[in-house]
Design a protein around this ligand. Structure first.
Ligand SMILES: NC(=O)c1ccc[n+]([C@@H]2O[C@H](COP(=O)([O-])OP(=O)(O)OC[C@H]3O[C@@H](n4cnc5c(N)ncnc54)[C@H](OP(=O)(O)O)[C@@H]3O)[C@@H](O)[C@H]2O)c1
Length: 274
């Protein structure tokens, strides 16, 4: 409780041990929120942050994390579903099990956390939920196919959720960043097919270079905080030059021209060596 009698607002940022999540948590704290961050181990995160253990892949972990947050803070005003992983590999190289594992974190993980916090937000008749999608949530980036599928799924889910919970005073928004400078890991499928080697390596090198030379995660964190705290935020928030350009190009260019822009971006017009 603050001196003026109002409640201190409470934020929960999943995946706050590094990258966007860590920077976002610090920005919420600077805005006067009591901030809970999560990591699978329960460690890490910026100073002043209350870290909780959370593996979004597991029902019991999500249940325990939200119960502990509510025990300590008694309310939740802002949820940022940021925890996520990436994968780089051809669609044909990725097994159903590997795809399912990525969806478990990027899609079902976010859904689990949303379902766990909604009863509290509905009772409060207030709250905001911001899901962290990606440029790959509206463009099928080659050799990022399963990651793109997971972020497209998250986008569709988030759009529907927004309309369902609006009557309860809960606001929902989606952040769609282009590549930004974080340590995000990109696992490869276990069984690689040599016929894709040349294109996969080229695309992976381009994506890694885009991340390493990408814009600062501060911009993404600012967009998340803005979307979480603004009254009636728009649904989609594209962050980064490439995301803004891709959204514009997708809307205005004929599909075949847009496709050739993507092909050129990832140098797929060059012949494979195998
Ligand atoms: N970096 C980019 O260019 C970029 C662009 C577009 C979208 N994104 C999205 O932004 C989000 C954050 O990524 P980042 O770049 O900041 O990467 P990051 O530094 O690797 O952060 C990922 C966070 O997710 C957590 N995490 C991973 N698996 C988890 C699980 N099963 N349960 C709970 N937490 C888990 C990690 O925590 P622990 O490992 O400590 O548990 C870590 O804190 C992701 O959703 C990503 O898809 C990133």
């Amino acid at each position: 409780m603050k001196r003026d009698g109002t409640e201190t607002r409470v934020a929960l940022i999943t995946g706050a041990s590094s990258g966007f999540g860590a920077v976002t948590a610090a920005k919420f704290a600077a805005r006067g929120f009591r901030v809970f961050g999560t990591s699978r181990s329960g460690g890490g995160g910026s100073p002043g942050l209350e870290m909780l253990a959370l593996d979004v892949d597991r029902d019991d972990s999500v249940r325990q994390c939200i119960a502990e947050l509510l025990r300590r803070a008694g309310r939740l005003d802002a949820l940022v579903n940021n925890a996520g992983r990436a994968m780089v590999g051809a669609c044909e190289e990725t097994s159903a099990e590997e795809a399912r594992s990525l969806f478990e974190t990027n899609v079902f993980g976010a859904m689990r956390v949303v379902s766990a916090v909604l009863p509290t937000m509905r009772t409060q008749r207030s709250g905001s939920i911001v899901n962290v999608g990606s440029l790959s949530g509206f463009v099928g980036v080659p050799f990022h196919g399963v990651y793109a599928a997971s972020k497209h799924a998250l986008a569709g889910y988030t759009e529907a959720l927004r309309l369902e919970v609006e009557p309860f005073g809960i606001q929902v928004a989606l952040i769609e960043p282009a590549a930004h400078r974080t340590g995000i890991q990109m696992v490869r499928p276990g069984h690689l097919l040599p016929l894709y080697d040349s294109h996969r390596r080229r695309v992976e090198a381009i994506i890694r270079a885009q991340i390493e030379s990408g814009e600062s995660p501060e911009r993404v964190a600012d967009a998340i905080v803005r979307a979480s705290t603004r009254l009636h935020p728009p649904f989609r928030h594209r962050v980064g030059r490439k995301a803004t350009f891709a959204a514009w190009a997708r809307r205005l260019l004929p599909p075949s021209v847009f496709e050739s822009v993507v092909r050129r971006e990832f140098r797929l017009q060059e012949r494979t060596q195998s």
